[in-house]
Design a binder for this molecule. Structure first.
Ligand SMILES: Cc1cc2nc3c(=O)[nH]c(=O)nc-3n(C[C@H](O)[C@H](O)[C@H](O)COP(=O)(O)OP(=O)(O)OC[C@H]3O[C@@H](n4cnc5c(N)ncnc54)[C@H](O)[C@@H]3O)c2cc1C
Length: 372
């Protein structure tokens, strides 16, 4: 007999764990199944940057989603830290985009004006101003754009705390082999894994880049999600740390409190290959040291690799399946799954537990790709 839980979440990445925590703390009975340990998909590689105005851009349909999700962090993280008893590195110390030429500075001026119109503080800095902020910047940097409200979180710490906090509210997280299929069984659903079956009233597919590998009864096609490989370096910085997330056109730098500097990230079409490559490490080191030459003195702590889940239109797929009643998708978060996880969890929990559909779900509906 399959074990019955109210809600089965497939995938214990940041999206699945955030959903499990949100549902469990609202009183639902939740089981999260994964084919490996929690957080070992794209989430373990993420830089954790929380920058809606860079990632989503002015004209992106994702901007409102990203801004609303960022707003949730200040309230959510203290709850997760308390419920898990674990620390979470979270800093809203701002982001600094740097320019190597006047063309990019003109773009920053336009962005700064648009942000001010939205009520978001943004400061344009000239060459002296930008080096006043970050003395390590190279002479090639001619200016920058500082947005103080953005920041970063440690994705591995957030994942670990969400998983522990979800457990504390009664959720079960189990490694159970690969989920192969979801099918109807009376009014509920059955999740078939390599190691037996589970049943639930509702199932949420939050399997990141692998979502399309799960067979869904009645669906015309698999979830249209492809892996986009990202490599990220961890360096041991020597000297005073950078103050905030710094971006050039070729890379970004994230200074953790423990002296680690993250350097990201490549963007590659490499199928499901999760290996770091010599070319990736080389290109990232060069890009980083182009803006902070002092980086050549850093120790090399390692490279991480993750597969970003990109949907056909690069927007998330969140909402109910039309093919299989009681099945939902929460996948395709591509470059921004850490940033978007809190709002994704809230929207899915509202829908499943309170039958409330936020208007934002119109943009993320699975049915835009057909009968899923
Ligand atoms: C280098 C890099 C840097 C990034 N930087 C940022 C950033 O700064 N900010 C940001 O917001 N986002 C960033 N991202 C994106 C972010 O990491 C992803 O959007 C996010 O982790 C996706 O989370 P997820 O839970 O959907 O997927 P994943 O973390 O991949 O989790 C999916 C889980 O599902 C499991 N699974 C899959 N298929 C099955 C199956 N059939 N059966 C059982 N289990 C299954 C997997 O084992 C995995 O644990 C970055 C990504 C990379 C690679």
């Amino acid at each position: 007999m399959p074990v019955s839980r109210d809600i089965v979440v497939v995938g214990a990445g940041i999206v699945g764990c955030a959903i499990a925590y949100e549902m469990a703390r609202r009183g639902a009975s939740v089981e999260v199944v994964d084919m490996r340990a929690a957080g070992m998909g794209a989430t373990q590689a993420a830089a954790g940057i929380l920058a809606p105005f860079i990632e989503a851009g002015e004209d992106s349909p994702l901007l409102d989603f990203a801004v609303r999700s960022l707003d949730l962090f200040d309230r959510l993280l203290p709850d997760v830290a308390r419920d898990s008893g674990q620390p979470i590195l979270y800093r809203r110390t701002g982001t600094l985009e740097v320019a190597a030429d006047d063309r990019r500075m003109s773009r920053f001026a336009l962005t700064a004006r648009r942000l001010e119109q939205r009520g978001v503080r943004a400061t344009l800095l000239d060459a002296a101003g930008v080096r006043g902020e970050e003395p390590y910047l190279s002479q090639g940097v001619v200016g920058g754009l500082l947005v103080p409200s953005q920041g970063f979180v440690s994705a591995p710490q957030l994942l670990s705390a969400l998983a522990a906090a979800a457990r504390r509210h009664g959720a079960q997280l189990v490694e159970r082999g690969r989920v192969r299929r979801v099918r109807a069984d009376g009014p509920g659903l059955v999740v078939e894994t390599e190691r037996g079956s589970l049943s639930g009233d509702r199932v949420v597919i939050a399997a990141g880049s692998w979502s399309g590998g799960i067979e869904v009864d009645g669906a015309e096609q698999p979830a249209p999600v492809r892996p986009v490989r990202g490599q990220l370096l961890h360096l041991e910085w020597v000297g005073a740390p950078l103050k905030r997330v710094t971006w050039s056109e070729r890379c970004y730098l994230v200074p953790w409190d423990n002296g680690t500097l993250l350097v990201g990230a490549t963007s590659e079409d490499a199928g499901f290959d999760e290996r770091a490559t010599a070319a990736g490490v080389h290109d990232l080191l060069q890009a980083a040291c182009e803006i902070v030459p002092h980086g050549w003195t850093a120790g090399f702590a390692g490279a991480r690799v993750g597969l970003r889940p990109a949907s056909g239109d690069e927007l998330p797929i969140i909402g109910p399946s039309r093919a299989l009643p009681n099945l939902l998708y929460a996948t395709g978060h591509y470059r921004s799954g850490i940033l978007l996880a809190p709002l994704t969890a809230q929207l899915v929990a509202d829908l499943v537990l309170e039958n409330r559909a936020d208007p934002l779900l119109a943009q993320t509906a699975p049915e835009r790709f057909g009968l899923l």
